[in-house]
Design a protein around this ligand. Structure first.
Ligand code: AKG
Ligand code: FE2
Length: 349
């Protein structure tokens, strides 16, 4: 059942699902078990089906087990896309400002493409991420996808992402999952006795960047921000509370690039911002809490973006890699400290 590549880690688990011929057959009990396996393993589990599935099945699995599907990034206006309509559907729109429903219908009608499924590939599908049209130097394959949680730059970041391997590569392209559950304790240890620093961190809010995608490429129609301070994106508490994982505050870093600490740290300058955030990142990524996954066709990795970061290594640029991703609708993130200083946290100050 389990295949941990990293010693001493209880992060991530590989679960054999080869007996499931169709996800329609997943029972409500199994659905709950799937979700609890993810939570029990630090926010990451890989379900191995050993066969290809359809996009409809992936959507069904997502909704049965993890929550309502959200629209993928860049597919409709406003979601990782700015205010412009995706060029592949713009020509079919009835007005320059089509509703989200109209845009969803146009994807279905003209491309037979469900925009709730993000296609993450260097093959040029309509609406796929990393196609040569957006990415002429094939940075998609050559670059790493830096450590991140998905769609953290939106007002209500998605909760679970399901990443399905339609066509993985033999070499490279492994994905790693690092749990953030242990980070809070490490921060307490590092800054023990430095109450001012801890208090500032606990009340901080972080601005997340929507201008760059995780493989370091400017998103279509975005402009390079002059500094992290100016990067566009949502602001969230730096520490959040997620009921399923108990009372411990959980850091929500989003992504390193263009992250900016604001709010209750009003006088911070750009250099201090970089220094503080670098120090936090040093405490987050650790082999001990990382699950490394080598893909097989039909694997579905489930990530809980509220408590987990992921990273993809490069793969040979001559090869085609095709992944599909669904993501579940998120809620406004709850600060771990606002209005409710957790008693264990407060007693450490
Ligand atoms: O392709 C991968 O392994 C990771 C892609 C990714 O991070 C994503 O789709 O959000
Ligand atoms: Fe991702």
């Amino acid at each position: 059942m389990s295949n941990r590549d990293v010693k001493q880690s209880n992060i991530g688990i590989l679960i054999n699902c080869q007996h499931i011929d169709n996800v329609e057959n997943i029972t409500p009990e199994e659905a709950l078990k799937f979700r609890s396996e993810v939570v029990k393993h630090g926010g990451a589990a890989v379900f191995r089906f050993g066969r290809k599935m359809t996009q409809t099945e992936l959507v069904l699995m997502t909704e049965k087990c993890f929550g309502q599907c959200a629209i993928g990034p860049g597919m409709v206006t406003g979601i990782g896309m700015g205010d412009r309509v995706h060029p592949d559907i713009a020509k079919y729109c009835s007005s320059p400002t089509p509703s989200i429903n109209e845009q969803v219908d146009l994807w279905m009608k003209h491309y037979n493409r469900d925009p709730h499924v993000a296609v993450i590939s260097n093959k040029g599908f309509a609406g796929s991420f990393g196609t040569s049209r957006h990415d002429s130097k094939n940075q998609f394959a050559k670059n790493v996808w830096e450590w991140h949680s998905d769609m953290n730059y939106t007002a209500t970041p998605v909760e679970f992402s399901l990443l399905y391997a339609e066509q993985p590569t033999k070499e490279g392209g492994r994905t790693m999952f690092c749990s953030l559950l242990p980070t809070y304790q490490r921060i307490l240890e590092k800054y023990e006795g430095n109450t001012t620093r801890l208090q500032k961190l606990f009340s901080a809010r972080l601005k997340h960047d929507s201008s760059y995608a995780s493989h370091g490429v400017l998103r279509p129609r975005m402009t390079h921000p002059k500094s992290p301070r100016e990067a566009p994106g949502a602001v969230h508490p730096l520490f959040i509370r997620v009921e399923e994982y108990g009372d411990t505050p959980i850091i929500f870093p989003g992504r390193r690039k263009n992250a900016f600490l604001q709010s209750l740290l009003p006088n911070i300058d750009d250099k201090q911002n970089e220094e503080i955030i670098n120090n936090l990142w040093d405490l987050m990524i650790d082999d001990e809490y990382t699950f490394v996954h080598k893909w097989q066709v039909g694997d579905v990795a489930v990530m809980d973006n509220r408590v987990l970061l992921h990273y993809r290594e490069p793969f040979p640029e001559t090869k085609i890699r095709i992944m599909w991703r669904t993501q579940t609708v998120g809620k406004k993130l709850i600060s771990a400290f606002e209005n409710r200083v957790s008693s264990s946290a407060a007693s450490r100050l």
